[in-house]
Design a protein around this ligand. Structure first.
Ligand code: NIG
Ligand code: FE
Length: 407
């Protein structure tokens, strides 16, 4: 798609094609009175003023703010059923243990691929309407070869159909299926599921829930090294419930990302910094579980690139709004608005191996950008719980927001 976006009051971007860390995470390039020219879905010019005369479609931003399309690097957006009862029980003071995952596994096993697509479509469209143009989605509510592949095929179909970039992650190691002995399931993961997922090209990453009551560091290492041998990138749900050494393992394996990290140890943080692994922080989960927030400042100061995601799932985090997560990051993680913007664009793209394509508005990148009903980017976290996305542009096409032409 071709498009000229002009009249941009402020273009705010973290520049580059790799994750930004340390002080560089807080450095944002600001261009006032700017335009962006798109040809065939790619950015071909960024400059000041009205831009070149263009015969193609144009969009007047009327002095609004423009940022890169937001990237949500951690969701479990494909599932069936809900866990309202668990939400209410927590409100009465019950603690989250992860045990409810099996409730969603039962509902998801009972759903067809088509039903999973129908259920996930409006969720992803609501995320898009809030400026999120790329979303990682994990499997992990099937826990049998057929049900895990069904989830990944649903993600694949949604990716073909929706104007959102979806990055599929195989997370068969999300819990243990009750009907199979533990060691046998790990063998099925390694010997059957991973090879099939890789062969059918159904996932870009493999993720393991490495935590108290879930996969041990040794099990996670076996699963992830197998995944790496099959060409998948690596992610770890690390130290969400207890400091079990998940962050250390992510560093050891040079994983693309380590996620949650509420209880990451000092050693673990050092290991992430050494490896350049992106820390994907999910403050919505801490908020909803009433748990302490992840050590964002320590991670930043240790030189770990920090990204932010929603963790959208039916159990620990029924929150799907990345802008709301940005508010939590400013208020609770004490990140600056600049650090937050980098965390939900370039660094989130880096956690998905897509920083060369997405995460900033620069020549050569894909034209994913958002025009916001705001003058400065600090207003996105400031106007809490409101949707300021005015025009959401994906690959050079306006796909959501009040400025989107109705179909
Ligand atoms: O990221 N931590 C593990 N998995 C999800 C929760 C999934 C669920 O409760 O259904 C999470 O928080
Ligand atoms: Fe998660």
């Amino acid at each position: 798609m071709d498009l000229l976006v002009y009249g941009i009051g402020q273009l705010a971007i973290p520049t580059g094609t790799a994750a930004r860390r340390g002080p560089a995470q807080g450095e944002i390039s600001l261009l006032r009175n700017a335009y962006v020219l798109v040809r065939d879905g790619r950015i071909v010019e960024v400059g000041r003023g009205r831009g070149p005369r263009s015969a193609g479609p144009t969009l007047d931003a009327e002095s609004r703010l423009v940022t890169p399309g937001l990237v949500d690097p951690h969701t479990h957006a494909v599932f069936a059923g809900n866990r309202v009862q668990e939400f209410l029980a927590r409100a009465r003071g019950e603690k989250y243990t992860g045990g409810g995952i099996l409730t969603t596994v039962r509902a998801t096993r009972a759903a067809s691929e088509e039903e999973l697509v129908q259920l996930a479509r409006p969720r992803l469209l609501r995320m898009l309407a809030q400026g999120v143009t790329a979303v990682e989605v994990k499997s992990g509510y099937g826990l049998t070869p057929e049900d895990e592949l069904k989830m990944l095929r649903a993600i694949q179909r949604l990716a073909q159909e929706l104007p959102v970039t979806l990055v599929p992650t195989f997370m068969g190691a999300h819990a243990f299926p009750p009907e199979v002995p533990r060691a046998q399931y790990v063998q099925v993961l390694i010997g059957e599921m991973l090879p099939r997922v890789a062969e059918e090209g159904l996932a870009r990453f493999c993720d393991v829930f490495c935590d108290r009551g879930f996969y041990t560091v040794e099990e996670a290492r076996r699963i992830l090294t197998t995944a790496r041998g099959l060409g998948l990138g690596l992610k770890i749900h690390a130290d969400e419930l207890a400091p079990v050494g998940g962050a250390e393992l992510a560093g050891e394996l040079s994983a693309a990302s380590a996620e949650h990290l509420l209880h990451a140890s000092e050693e673990g943080i050092k290991a992430l910094a050494r490896a350049g692994t992106v820390a994907v922080l999910l403050p919505g989960t801490a908020f909803l579980l009433d748990e302490p927030y992840p050590p964002a400042r320590e991670l930043l100061e240790a030189g770990v690139p920090v990204a932010l995601g929603t963790d959208f799932n039916p159990g620990s985090c029924p929150l799907a709004s990345l802008p709301f997560v940005m508010s939590l990051a400013v208020l609770k993680l004490r990140l600056s608005p600049e650090e937050v913007l980098t965390a939900v664009t370039l660094n989130a793209a880096a956690a998905l191996g897509l920083a060369h394509e997405l995460g900033s508005v620069e020549v050569g990148k894909r034209a994913d950008l958002v025009v916001w009903d705001a003058g400065t980017f600090a207003e996105i976290p400031y106007w809490m719980g409101q949707n300021l996305a005015w025009a959401v542009i994906r690959d050079g096409r306006i796909v959501a927001g009040p400025a989107c032409p109705s179909p």
